[in-house]
Design a protein. Structure first.
Length: 89
């Protein structure tokens, strides 16, 4: 699974735009745009999602799921789980 936020963050880390990601992955630009416009996890055909994730991986970005450990060294980005709001001062 990959979220729309992860997809946009991965592109930002690589410094590429949606068109470049479409070219790297062999997926159409409108498909990339729809994926990034999703709320929460990206929905779509498994083959399409795999192409995008594989392209990001080849370009040097590792997509981390909840509670996943990184496979290698290097820097990374992960969203923290939202903390419950507290009403105490």
């Amino acid at each position: 699974m990959i979220s729309a936020l992860q997809l946009r963050a991965a592109r930002a880390l690589l410094g590429i735009d949606q068109r470049q990601l479409a070219e790297l992955s062999g997926v159409s630009l409108p498909t990339i745009q729809r994926m990034e416009a999703s709320e929460g996890n990206v929905r779509g055909m498994i083959d399409t999602l795999t192409k995008v994730i594989d392209a990001l991986d080849r370009a040097g970005v590792e997509i981390l799921g909840d509670n996943a450990e990184s496979r290698g060294g290097g820097r990374g980005v992960r969203l923290k789980q939202a903390r419950a709001s507290s009403t105490s001062p």
